[in-house]
Write a protein that binds this ligand. Structure first.
Ligand SMILES: [Zn+2]
Length: 277
């Protein structure tokens, strides 16, 4: 397809998170939480390839966002990896593969909120998810062909902040976490400390996700066309509950032309495409 900006969540769960954003000439991966075989196969299905990625952006240091073997492969392929400067030290301390990448100048850190990657401009914004060095969401702008398109990705948020809502407003496609159903988490056999860790500083519940979606829509002049619900817990949520919660909140706004998709732990989401012509 020509003249498009597309997004696919290749997989999203506590077992791995990776999202690819691409147009005719440029492709970037947000997080590389899956192994190289899985990523290579999923990218191939989309007509893309690991070796042709223009860049990989890391959101935070948790192991469902950084796969050591994949980083080693990226290194071999000379694919640049980017992260906000404040997570550099914890990242290289935790992952030998990232340290090796840094020693050969393939790890690029940034303090400015905006990085140009071929036809994309990538912006980082901080979210309160509890991770050493901090955690970030990204939005990607593609202005090629004179038409501006925007995609936002925030798979780990912890809380709906005003800042995150502002950053994600006016996107065409938004990937946002809808991690747990409050009742299922409460009823789960998980230890209390873990339940608390998920609720405070961890992840968004379905209700919090729905609230974020409503606030983003209210703040947008250009209302997003698609929301993809990510990081859906396998133990404390179902795709149906996550979908219904956000869908009914959007319906209450009287808005009908917003699509709500789910993502999956070990298979790709729908391809979400914004046409540019
Ligand atoms: Zn995390």
């Amino acid at each position: 397809m020509k003249n498009h900006l597309s997004v696919c969540v290749l997989g999203s769960s506590s077992g791995g998170n990776s999202t690819v954003i691409w147009n005719d000439t440029t492709s970037v991966l947000i997080d590389c939480g899956h192994g190289p075989v899985y990523l290579t196969e999923r990218l191939q299905e989309l007509g893309l390839s690991l070796r042709e990625l223009d860049a990989v952006f890391i959101t935070h240091i948790h192991s469902d966002h950084v796969n050591e073997t994949t980083v080693r492969n990226l290194h071999k392929l000379c694919i640049p990896v980017y992260c906000p400067a404040q997570i550099e030290i914890p990242l290289v301390k935790k992952y030998r593969s990232v340290d090796a990448l840094r020693k050969e100048n393939f790890l690029h850190t940034f303090t400015t909120p905006e990085i140009n990657i071929s036809e994309f401009t990538v912006h980082a914004f901080e979210v309160p998810h509890d991770s050493d060095g901090g955690c970030f969401g990204y939005w990607v702008i593609d202005e090629s062909g004179g038409i501006k398109r925007k995609v936002s990705v925030a798979t780990d948020m912890a809380e709906v902040t005003e800042s995150a809502v502002e950053h994600m407003a006016d996107s065409d496609v938004i990937v946002i976490e809808s991690n747990y159903d409050a009742e299922m988490l409460e009823q789960s056999g998980r230890p209390i400390w873990l339940k608390d860790r998920i609720r405070i500083g961890g992840h968004l519940s379905n209700e919090q996700c729905a609230e974020a979606v409503v606030r983003i829509i209210q703040q947008s002049t250009n209302i997003p066309k698609v929301f993809a619900l990510a990081h859906i817990s396998r133990q404390c949520n179902t795709n149906g509950l996550a979908h219904d919660c956000t869908t009914s909140a959007v319906k209450e706004l009287g808005i009908t032309n917003v699509a709500i998709f789910e993502t999956f732990p070990q298979r790709p989401s729908r391809i979400m495409t914004v046409r540019k012509a």
